[in-house]
Design a protein around this ligand. Structure first.
Ligand code: CAA
Length: 257
């Protein structure tokens, strides 16, 4: 499916979603986010899709929420519009979501990348939460997810001063999993997505769910959640297949059942 603000294509069980407002560095307008959330939810329901990749272009992943949408808004308009609640729907997606980031990932762009399950970036990537320079603070998770990703000191500096960090720094602080040449970013991310897509899908989804639970619960609750998912996987045909294939020294054939 292709729409104007988010272009999508499917490749070997992987859906690739490209943010498509290059003239404004992929600023995340209300319409773009509507399309993105709709697309992601559609692929989450599609049995053919096992993993998704969100990307932008070489200059920008996304330079933030669209400032034009917000500049003259009143508090009540912002409250009624409640635009960031929609972003929460991305958090509910069961399938892994990967971000392939080149160029700017600022404000909402950085927050969108951090909403994904892992980030691969190009050497020219710049991550930041520059909202303070607009007289606001991050509104789509930046204070929470950046702090969890890079730690308190750097998050404080980035959010209180608007300082952006390079791809190398992002790697050093664990915000991204890999830095690659700009022209390889999407290809490398798809490679990881395909690797994930080749694994038993129910186990992948339950593993994602359990990892994300680490950010929501105490250790005891998280361990209990993990254990329940672990036991539950013994109800799948893929568990039997995986263990039989190991014993029979052959490659498993996953069914997603
Ligand atoms: N919203 C709307 N338009 C944007 C935009 C944004 N977030 N970011 C860039 N643009 C537009 C620019 O207005 C410009 O449009 P025109 O050509 O019509 O003037 C076009 O994109 C290209 O941008 P620049 O000319 O500014 O490009 P540059 O290379 O000189 O600078 C930049 C690049 C440093 C990223 C600069 O564009 C910039 O600072 N952008 C804003 C970044 C920002 O503050 N993001 C946070 C937004 S608020 C937010 O995201 C809240 C939240 O928590 C969700």
């Amino acid at each position: 499916m292709s729409s104007s603000l988010v272009l999508s294509e499917i490749q070997n069980h992987v859906a690739i979603l490209r943010l498509n407002r290059p003239q404004v560095l992929n600023a995340l307008s209300l319409e773009l986010m509507d399309e993105l959330v709709t697309c992601i939810e559609m692929f989450d329901q599609d049995e053919q899709i096992r993993c998704m990749v969100i990307t932008g272009n070489e200059r920008a992943f996304a330079a933030g929420a669209d400032i034009g949408d917000m500049a003259t808004a009143t508090p009540i308009e912002m409250y009624l519009r409640d635009q960031f609640t929609k972003w929460e729907r991305i958090r509910k997606v069961k399938k892994p979501l990967l971000a392939a980031v080149n160029g700017y990932a600022l404000g909402g762009g950085c927050e969108l990348a951090m909403l994904c399950d892992l980030i691969v970036c190009g050497e020219n990537a710049r991550f930041g939460q520059p909202e303070i320079q607009l007289g606001i603070i991050p509104g789509a998770g930046g204070t929470q997810r950046l702090t969890r990703a890079v730690g308190k000191s750097l998050a404080m500096q980035m959010i209180l001063t608007g300082r952006t960090i390079s791809a190398e720094e992002a790697l050093q602080y664990g915000l991204v999993v890999k830095v690659v040449p700009v022209e390889c970013t999407l290809k490398e991310t798809i490679k990881i997505a395909e690797e994930i897509a080749a694994k038993p899908p129910i186990a992948v989804q339950m593993a994602k769910e359990a990892i994300l639970m680490a950010f929501e619960t105490s250790l005891s609750e998280g361990l209990l959640f993990e254990r329940k998912n672990f036991y539950l996987l013994f109800a799948t045909e893929d568990q039997k297949e995986g263990m039989n294939a190991f014993t029979e020294k052959r490659k498993p054939q996953w069914k997603g059942k």
